[in-house]
Design a protein around this ligand. Structure first.
Ligand SMILES: CC(C)(COP(=O)(O)OP(=O)(O)OC[C@H]1O[C@@H](n2cnc3c(N)ncnc32)[C@H](O)[C@@H]1OP(=O)(O)O)[C@@H](O)C(=O)NCCC(=O)NCCS
Length: 176
């Protein structure tokens, strides 16, 4: 089954999730390498629940962490997109968080940047008043470098508040 893309770039399609994505997403993205700074790989049933959460978020808000698919062969690469931060105790609760995840065998080909730059452009049109945030583990050098390349900068005041909840996370911000 094919569905319309929300965003297209030169090489990629960002689209809503299909139930048929779960197996591929589980195989390629629920790995030790991809999940290194995200608490490690999760049980298989949690991956299905995660995909369902992204589908639910799309239905509720009109955006989500979209599936990133390569146009050339329809391969599922991971996700990029935006969610509303849900955690009750977080200083970012209710704010927009941009996120990215790409399967490890496709790293360093510019896919995360290409997808996430397009997400930022989309947000600039659809939610121009709202800054984008990203919480990134202090040792996750790749993700921090990507955030900087996308124009994000550390939000020190929020980071100090965040540290009371989880001191391992840095907070980045982009004002659109
Ligand atoms: C972070 C991640 C999404 C980057 O994906 P990617 O497709 O390999 O990234 P790109 O090829 O688009 O690289 C874009 C920029 O990110 C930075 N970057 C990517 N990988 C890097 C690495 N291993 N070390 C340092 N910088 C890196 C660079 O600034 C790069 O720009 P450059 O190529 O001009 O140097 C990927 O490593 C990933 O999925 N990691 C696991 C999941 C994760 O940690 N998500 C973030 C949670 S906060």
């Amino acid at each position: 089954m094919r569905i319309s893309a929300i965003i297209t770039t030169k090489r990629l399609r960002l689209r809503n999730w299909l139930a048929s994505d779960v197996a591929s997403y589980r195989k390629h993205c629920n790995t030790a390498a991809v999940m290194e700074y995200l608490g490690g790989a999760v049980p298989p049933r949690s991956v299905r629940a995660e995909v369902m959460r992204y589908q639910w978020h799309q239905a509720k808000y009109g955006f989500t962490y979209w599936a990133v698919e390569r146009k050339r062969d329809n391969a599922l690469l991971g996700f990029s997109g935006i969610i509303v931060v849900p955690e009750a105790g977080s200083p970012l609760r209710g704010k927009l968080e941009i996120g990215w995840r790409i399967r490890a065998d496709k790293w360093r080909r510019g896919y995360a940047y290409e997808a996430s730059a397009a997400v930022i452009e989309w947000a600039g049109w659809e939610h121009p008043e709202e800054p984008l945030y990203a919480r990134i583990h202090k040792d996750n050098a790749a993700s921090q470098a990507l955030a900087r390349k996308l124009g994000m900068r550390r939000a020190r005041a929020l980071e100090a508040m965040q540290a009371k909840v989880d001191a391992e996370l840095l907070v980045f911000k982009l004002t659109l």
